[in-house]
Design a protein. Structure first.
Length: 148
């Protein structure tokens, strides 16, 4: 497998009508598989390392306003077991891996803060975050949040 094979796969996906963004996601998954295969000794060298992604159109970011957040949280309060998780993420902006790595030993009720120092990755729980440093997030009052 080399860049020629990767380009053929890329072109095959493009011909099926997919966008550059979708192609890049597929190729990223493929590169990850090849990286893992190299690490595990199934292949000697990952020949697609360094394969360049296709250029993508910049997407406009959209954000919920307070009313949309309030509507979402009101709906999930009784209809979704992950409601508390939504409240946490909407109040803190934590990354998914940081939320999944959060344990009670990092919630300090005395000083009203959450210590972000671990994250869950595809390789398991890491005692560090993406940035490599711990950070401290203040907690707000129960029931208070972005929609109050």
């Amino acid at each position: 497998m080399d860049f020629n094979h990767s380009r053929k796969l890329e072109n095959y996906i493009l011909r099926s009508g997919k966008t550059n963004r979708t192609v890049n996601k597929h190729m990223m998954n493929f590169k990850t598989i090849m990286n893992d295969a190299e690490k595990m000794g199934y292949i000697l060298k990952n020949k697609v390392r360094g394969y360049k992604e296709l250029k993508q159109k910049r997407r406009d970011l959209t954000y919920w306003n307070k009313e949309e957040v309030k509507t979402f949280l009101n709906y999930t309060e009784y209809n979704d077991e992950l409601h508390d998780l939504y409240v946490l993420t909407l109040n803190t902006g934590l990354r998914l891996g940081e939320v999944c790595g959060l344990c009670w030993d990092k919630v300090d009720f005395e000083s009203n803060q959450i210590i972000i120092s671990r994250s869950l990755t595809r390789n398991g729980l890491r005692d560090s975050t993406k940035g490599g440093q711990s950070r401290y997030l203040p907690m707000n009052d129960i029931g208070q949040g972005p929609c109050s």
